[in-house]
Design a binder for this molecule. Structure first.
Ligand code: GDP
Length: 484
C-alpha cells in the first residue's frame, strides 16, 4: 500500500513511502478488513511508531493471542473454568487463568485501564476478558484474532459487578484487612481487586510481590480501576526483567499497547476520517488543543482562555495576531495551520477562531480553528456522546503538536496514541491563569493518579517517585507517578 494523496502529514514533495499497516509488527494480517476499517487504515493517518516495538514484545503478543484463542469465551477451557467457578471448586490443572476488566468510569480512564490491565495479563499469563458495559462494543473492535475479548453475557458473576466495592466479601483488600488469607489458605476460585482511586492500604498491597504470589493461584481476578497503574508494576522486582525485555524504551508502553488493542469501530472511525479529511488533512501543520476544566461551573472562563493563548504564543505553537495594523501579509502561499480544539464548552473555540478571523497573523500564516462537538457536560452512559469523545481523542492523536489539560485522562489517551509529548496546561488555582501557563511533558506516558507510597519489603512508607530514574512524579500532579 502506498501513501495516498492528501492523507498524512507528509508534504507532497516528499518521496512516497510504503505504509506499514501492521505498525512495526504489533498487528497481524488476516483480520476481515471491512468489519473494522480502522485496524489497517490507521497507519494512513498516524505517524509510524518510533521507536519500533521490541521483537520480544511482538513475540509475546503472538503468544498472548494463542493463549486467548485457547482460553477465550466459549472455548472448551473457558467452559470448564466457568463450570468450576459456578461450583466454587477448581482443579489446579486448568491451563487458563483470567483477569476480568470491569467497565468503570469515564472513557479516557477506561482506555488507560484497559491498557494497564492487559499489561498485567501479559505479565501474569492471564487472559483478559472485557466487561462490555453499556457501550464498549460500540466503541472498540475485537483486538485478538478469532476469539472475542468480550466477557459473555451469561458469565456467572456478572450481576455482581456493579456492586463490587471495598466492602465486598470477595474483595482481596478486605480479606487482607481481616487476616482471612494466609499462604496456607486454599485460594478462592475468584477475587475482586479494588484498584479505584479511593482504595486503601490493603488494596494497594496488590503492588507487592508477596501478594502477587498468592494471586497467582486464583483462576479468576476481577478488577475495577480508574487508574493507569502501569508505573507501579515497574517498581515490583518480580516483573522487572520481563518489563525491561518487553519495553526497552519505557515511555512507549501505552503508545504500543494502545495502538495494539484499541481500534475504533466503523461508526467511530467514520467520525474520525470524515472530520480529518474535511478540516485537517490539507493543512501544513495540525495543532491539537484539549481543554478540560475541572470546575463545578461549566464556564467558559477568561482565565482559561488567557492561559491557552499564553501557552500557545509563548511556546510558538500558534502565531500572534497584529491588532494594530490590518494589512494583509503579502506572502504568496501562506503556510496553514489547522487547530483542532476539543472541549465540553464552545466558548474557547469561538474566541480563538474570532481572533484569527478579526486580525491578521504577524507571520502571514493562515490559522483555521475547528471544534467537532461541545457536549456541555460529561454523559458517560450515552452512546453517541462516547463515540464522539473517542473520535475526538483519536483526532487529537493525529496532531503534529499537542496541548493538553492537567489531570485529564482524555488528553493522556491522545498523547499516548499519537506518540506525542504534549505541552501541559497547568491546573489553574483560584480561577487564575498560572504562570508559566504550561510546560512540555517529560514523556508521552499517562500519569498514575493514585499510586501507593509503600516499600513492600521494608513494610513502611516511601516516596515511590524517587526510587528509580524511569518512574517519576508527574508534571501535572505532584503525587502522581509516570514512566519517562
Ligand atoms: P477525564 O475526566 O478528563 O480524565 O476524561 P474521561 O474521558 O475519563 O472523562 C471525561 C468524559 O467527559 C469523556 O469521556 C467524555 O464523555 C466527556 N468529555 C470531556 N471532554 C470532552 C471533549 O472535549 N469532547 C467530548 N466529546 N467529550 C468530552
Amino acid at each position: 500500500v502506498f501513501q495516498q494523496q492528501g492523507v498524512n502529514n507528509i508534504s507532497s514533495d516528499s518521496v512516497e513511502k510504503p505504509i506499514d499497516k501492521l505498525i512495526g509488527g504489533l498487528l497481524i494480517d488476516g483480520f476481515d478488513e471491512r468489519s473494522c476499517l480502522s485496524r489497517y487504515q490507521s497507519a494512513n493517518y498516524h505517524k509510524g511508531l518510533s521507536p519500533k516495538p521490541s521483537s520480544y514484545l511482538v513475540s509475546r503478543l503472538r503468544k498472548y493471542e494463542a493463549l486467548h484463542k485457547q482460553c477465550g469465551p466459549y472455548t472448551e477451557a473457558y467452559n470448564k473454568t466457568v463450570k468450576e467457578l459456578r461450583s466454587g471448586q477448581f482443579s489446579k490443572s486448568s491451563p487458563c487463568k483470567y483477569v476480568v476488566w470491569i467497565s468503570f468510569s469515564g472513557l479516557g480512564n477506561r482506555i488507560l485501564t484497559l491498557a494497564s490491565t492487559f499489561l498485567y495479563a501479559l505479565l501474569t499469563d492471564r487472559v483478559l476478558l472485557v466487561d462490555p458495559g453499556v457501550d464498549m462494543v460500540d466503541l472498540f473492535c475485537e483486538p485478538f484474532p478469532e476469539v472475542s475479548w468480550f466477557l459473555p453475557p451469561d458469565f456467572p458473576l456478572k450481576s455482581q459487578f456493579h456492586g463490587f466495592n471495598q466492602k465486598s466479601e470477595q474483595c482481596y483488600g478486605k480479606m487482607l484487612k481481616n487476616n482471612s488469607v494466609a499462604s496456607s489458605t486454599l485460594p478462592p476460585s475468584f477475587l475482586y481487586l479494588h484498584l479505584v482511586h479511593d482504595y486503601d492500604d490493603e488494596d494497594k498491597l496488590f503492588f507487592c510481590d508477596e501478594q502477587q504470589n498468592f494471586l497467582k493461584k486464583v483462576p479468576w481476578l476481577l478488577i475495577k480501576t480508574d487508574n493507569y497503574f502501569t508505573p507501579s508494576l515497574f517498581l515490583m522486582p518480580s516483573f522487572e526483567q520481563e518489563l525491561k525485555d518487553l519495553f526497552p524504551n519505557k515511555e512507549t508502553i501505552f503508545h504500543f499497547l494502545g495502538r495494539y488493542l484499541l481500534h475504533p469501530t466503523n461508526n467511530v472511525w467514520g467520525l474520525v476520517v470524515r472530520y480529518y479529511e474535511s478540516y485537517l488533512a490539507n493543512a501544513n501543520e495540525r495543532v491539537g488543543i484539549q481543554i478540560r476544566v475541572f470546575d463545578t461551573d461549566p464556564g467558559p472562563f477568561q482565565h482559561v482562555l488567557d492561559q491557552i493563548l499564553a501557552c500557545t504564543l509563548k511556546e510558538n505553537l500558534l502565531p500572534d495576531v497584529n491588532r494594530e495594523d490590518d494589512i494583509v501579509s503579502p506572502s504568496e502561499t501562506p503556510k496553514s495551520k489547522a487547530v483542532l480544539m476539543t472541549s465540553l464548552n464552545a466558548g474557547y473555540f469561538e474566541k480563538v477562531r474570532d481572533m484569527y478571523w478579526e486580525y491578521p497573523t504577524v507571520t502571514g500564516e493562515v490559522v483555521g480553528i475547528y471544534q467537532p462537538s461541545h457536549e456541555g457536560h460529561q454523559q458517560s452512559e450515552k452512546q453517541i456522546h462516547n463515540q464522539k469523545a473517542w473520535a475526538e481523542m483519536y483526532l487529537l492523536s493525529l496532531s503534529d503538536v499537542l496541548v493538553t489539560s492537567s489531570w485529564s485522562t482524555f488528553g493522556y489517551v491522545a498523547q499516548g496514541l499519537g506518540g506525542l509529548k504534549p505541552w501541559i496546561l497547568y491546573k489553574p488555582e483560584n480561577r487564575t491563569a498560572p504562570n508559566p501557563p504550561c510546560r512540555r511533558a517529560m514523556s508521552m506516558e499517562p500519569c498514575f493518579h493514585a499510586p501507593p507510597f509503600y516499600d513492600c519489603r521494608a513494610k513502611r512508607g516511601i516516596d515511590t517517585g524517587e526510587l528509580v530514574p524511569h518512574v517519576r512524579h508527574c508534571e501535572d500532579m505532584s503525587w502522581g507517578l509516570k514512566l519517562v
